[in-house]
Design a binder for this molecule. Sequence first.
Ligand SMILES: NC(=O)c1ccc[n+]([C@@H]2O[C@H](COP(=O)([O-])OP(=O)(O)OC[C@H]3O[C@@H](n4cnc5c(N)ncnc54)[C@H](OP(=O)(O)O)[C@@H]3O)[C@@H](O)[C@H]2O)c1
Length: 173
Amino acid sequence: MNVAIIVAVDRDHGIGKDNDLMWHLPDDMKFFKETTKGHIVVMGRKNWDSIPPRFRPFSDRENVVLTRNTDFRAEGAIVYHSLQECLLAYEKEEDRTVFIIGGGEIYKQALDSGLVNEMYITRIDATFDADTFFPEFDENEWSVEVIGDHEIDDRHPHAFTFYRYTRPQCYCA
Ligand SMILES: NC(=O)c1ccc[n+]([C@@H]2O[C@H](COP(=O)([O-])OP(=O)(O)OC[C@H]3O[C@@H](n4cnc5c(N)ncnc54)[C@H](OP(=O)(O)O)[C@@H]3O)[C@@H](O)[C@H]2O)c1
């Protein structure tokens, strides 16, 4: 099982505010869609709620929502009631990557689990007034490469850079 995180952060590691994204960057959204296409996307219930109904479930990938509410239903998505239960269900998955797609609570639990071995982090060259953040992590545990960047243009008011982090699975600090 390959477990990856995909996230976009501002200079302060902010990822969202008022249960929404704080920027509109179509080419980062395109990167997200292309990278996760055909794979499994795991998200927290608040993240699911924040996606406009016409865009969910994300097409061409298996959608998974985590909630502690046993009555919760998400049309077009599989619901699990713990991250552990969810990752166990995909333990033998060989062809597809399990992408953890946020938000903040789910990123933190996934990183703490030690099972994440890859991260795609888009770093946006701007600061927003976030209320939700990507957790701190020890860069020394990871190898990092820049896999692309994007200048400001008509459709993108901020520049951003795509990073790919890797580490051996089950790293125990
Ligand atoms: N910049 C980015 O790349 C990015 C990506 C994704 C999201 N976001 C932003 O992140 C924000 C949302 O993040 P958030 O931290 O507030 O919420 P979240 O992580 O999306 O969802 C939290 C919810 O997930 C469920 N949950 C958490 N841990 C669980 C567990 N162990 N087992 C079962 N269910 C569990 C709970 O749902 P119940 O309350 O239903 O039990 C909890 O309230 C929004 O602003 C969104 O726009 C940004």
